[in-house]
Ligand binder design. Structure first.
Ligand code: BES
Ligand code: MG
Ligand code: ZN
Length: 475
C-alpha cells in the first residue's frame, strides 16, 4: 500500500472515508458533504459508529470518533477500515480529513489505517488469504499546510509497528535467532547501520557466559546481535536491549502453563528492533546502539540445570535456581556488554520478563523500573502521549537482598511467589555497572494479547511509539 496526497479532485476513488468528531458534526458535514441532510439518529459522530452512504454518485464511509478522541480510539477506528470492512475496498480509497483535524490526530489515523492491512495468515494457501492490499492506492487530503512529510512519517511508523507485529507473530520454527540475525542484516543494509553478530564461539570469547548457558539446550545457534546507528549531529546516545528468547519452554523447569504463547518471548527484541528501524528511517539526530541477545530456551542433554553456577559478562557468578528465569540471564549479559563497550547516555531494556508483572498490572501497562527519576518520568510521560502506558514500581535495596546466593554472587530467582517483577529488576540492576540512567520495562502483559483484530493473541508493537515519543521529547 502506498499513501499519496490527493491534490486534485478529478482522480476517481472507490471509497471516500470521512472522519467525524461528535461535537463538530455540522461543521464537518458542511465542509465535506454540503447539502446533505443527516438525522442525528442515523449518525451523530459517536465513537465506534460508522455510516455508509452514497452521495453525488460516490460511496462515502463516515467514521465517528466521539468528542476529544484518545489516541487508541483514532487508531482503532481507522484500523477497522482495512481490518474489518474488507468488502468495501476495491483498488483505491480516499481519506478525507476536515480542516479541524490536527497533525497528530491525522498521523494516528494514518498509522491505524495502515495497520489494518496486517494479517496473520502468513501460512495459508493463496485462496484462503485475506484481500491483498499491497496494490491499494490510498489518497489523502488534509487541511494542513504540509501533509507530505506527515504522510511519509505515518507510513514509516506503521511499517515499523507491522514489523514488530510480524516478529512476534511468526512461529518459533521460522523466527529463530538466525532469522533475527538475517532481519538485522537486511535492516543494516537498507539503513547503513553497523552490525555485529556473535555466534556461540564468538560469544564465548567475549565472556557472554550467562547468555550461552540459556542457549545450551537448543539445537538453534544463539546470536548476540548488535546494531549501531549514528546521525552526524547526534544529540545523545541511547542504548537499547531487547529480550530475544525466540521460544521459552522454561528449560528443565518446564512450563506447565501457557507454553503455547511463548513464541512471544522475544517481544522485547521486536520492540527494540522495530524502533531501531523507525529511528533510522526517520533519521533522528541521535546515536543508537541496540543489542538483542537472541536464543531459544529449550530442553536437551546439554540444557543448563537448576543449581548450576554460571559466569556472566559482568564478572558476577550466578546460581541458577530456575531455568525459566532465563530472560534476566541473557539481559544481564546484554546490559553489561552495552555499558562496557558503548557507554550510552541512557540505557533502556524491554523484556517479556515476568508473569508477576502481569499479575500486578494486568494488560493495562508495562512495569517500569529505573534508577533515574528523570528517565522514569520521561518514559511515563511519553507512554501516556501514545497510549503505551508504563507505571513505576519500587527498587528498594531490601528486594536486592532477596537475590543473595550462598554459593555465588547472586541467584536468578529468590524462590518465592512474591514481588517477582521487582526482584527480577533488582537482578538486572546488578549488571549495569552502576550506570546512572537505566530503565527496565517489563512488558510481559502488553507485548502480546487479545484484540478485536485477530481471533488469537497477537503482537502489539508495544514500546515502538513510546520510544519514538521518548526520543523526540528530548530533541
Ligand atoms: N517468559 C516468561 C515471562 C512471561 C510470563 C511472559 C507470562 C509473558 C507472559 C519468563 O521467562 C518466565 O518464565 N518467568 C518466570 C520467572 C520465575 C521462574 C522466576 C515467571 O514469571 O513465572
Ligand atoms: Mg515470535
Ligand atoms: Zn522463562
Amino acid at each position: 500500500m502506498k499513501f499519496k496526497l490527493r491534490n486534485n479532485n478529478t482522480s476517481k476513488v472507490n471509497l471516500r472515508v470521512i472522519p467525524f468528531l461528535e461535537d463538530q458534526l455540522d461543521l464537518i458535514l458542511i465542509e465535506k458533504l454540503p447539502g446533505l441532510k443527516l438525522s442525528s439518529s442515523i449518525f451523530s459522530g459517536k465513537k465506534d459508529s460508522t455510516y455508509l452512504l452514497e452521495f453525488e454518485g460516490n460511496l462515502n464511509l463516515l467514521v465517528g470518533l466521539g468528542k476529544n478522541p484518545e489516541v487508541e480510539v483514532i487508531e482503532k477506528s481507522f484500523r477497522r477500515i482495512l481490518g474489518k470492512q474488507t468488502d468495501l475496498i476495491q483498488t483505491s480509497i480516499y481519506l478525507d480529513f476536515a480542516t479541524i483535524f490536527e497533525a497528530n490526530q491525522i498521523e494516528t489515523a494514518l498509522v491505524g489505517f495502515y495497520l489494518g492491512s496486517y494479517s496473520l495468515d502468513f501460512f495459508k494457501k493463496e485462496k484462503d488469504r485475506k484481500k491483498d492490499f499491497s496494490k491499494l492506492s490510498c489518497l489523502i487530503s488534509t487541511g494542513l499546510a504540509d501533509s507530505n512529510s506527515l504522510i511519509s512519517r505515518a507510513e514509516k511508523i506503521a511499517k515499523a509497528k507491522i514489523e514488530a507485529f510480524r516478529l512476534v507473530d511468526l512461529p518459533p520454527n521460522v523466527l529463530t535467532p538466525a532469522y533475527l540475525e538475517e532481519w538485522a542484516t537486511l535492516l543494516a543494509k537498507a539503513e547503513e547501520l553497523k552490525l555485529t553478530v556473535f555466534d556461540s564461539k564468538k560469544a564465548k570469547k567475549k565472556g557472554l557466559e550467562a547468555f550461552l548457558a540459556v542457549g545450551r539446550g537448543s539445537a538453534k545457534e544463539p546470536k548476540f546481535i548488535i546494531l549501531n546507528y549514528k546521525h552526524p549531529d547526534a544529540k545523545f546516545h541511547l542504548g537499547l536491549v531487547g529480550k530475544g528468547v525466540t521460544f521459552d519452554t522454561g528449560g528443565l523447569n518446564v512450563k506447565t502453563q501457557g507454553m503455547v504463547h511463548m513464541k512471544s518471548d522475544m517481544g522485547g527484541a521486536a520492540t527494540v528492533l522495530a524502533a531501531t528501524q523507525l529511528i533510522a528511517a526517520l533519521k533522528l539526530p541521535i546515536e543508537l546502539t541496540t543489542i538483542v541477545p537472541a536464543v531459544e530456551n529449550a530442553i536437551d542433554k546439554d540444557a543448563y540445570l537448576p543449581s548450576e553456577v554460571i559466569q556472566s559478562h559482568a564478572g558476577l557468578s550466578i546460581e541458577v535456581i530456575d531455568t525459566d528465569a532465563e530472560g534476566r540471564l541473557i539481559l544481564a549479559d546484554g546490559l553489561s556488554y552495552l555499558v562496557k563497550n558503548f557507554n550510552p547516555d541512557q540505557l533502556i531494556d524491554f523484556a517479556t520478563l515476568t508473569g508477576s508483572s502481569v499479575g500486578t498490572f494486568g494488560y493495562e501497562c508495562g512495569a517500569l523500573f529505573s534508577n533515574s527519576e528523570t528517565l522514569s518520568s520521561n518514559l511515563q510521560k511519553a507512554g501516556l502521549q501514545c497510549a503505551e502506558k508504563v507505571w513505576p514500581l519500587p527498587m528498594w535495596e531490601s528486594y536486592r537482598r532477596e537475590m543473595d546466593s550462598e554459593i555465588a554472587d547472586i541467584k536468578n530467582y529468590h524462590g518465592k511467589p512474591i514481588a517477582g517483577a521487582i526482584t527480577a529488576a533488582k537482578f538486572l540492576e546488578a549488571f549495569i555497572h552502576s550506570h546512572p540512567s537505566w530503565a527496565h520495562l517489563d512488558i510481559a502483559g502488553v507485548a502480546y494479547g487479545d484484540s478485536e483484530f485477530s481471533k488469537t493473541k497477537s503482537g502489539t508493537a508495544f514500546g515502538v511509539q513510546l520510544l519514538l515519543k521518548f526520543i523526540e521529547n528530548q530533541l
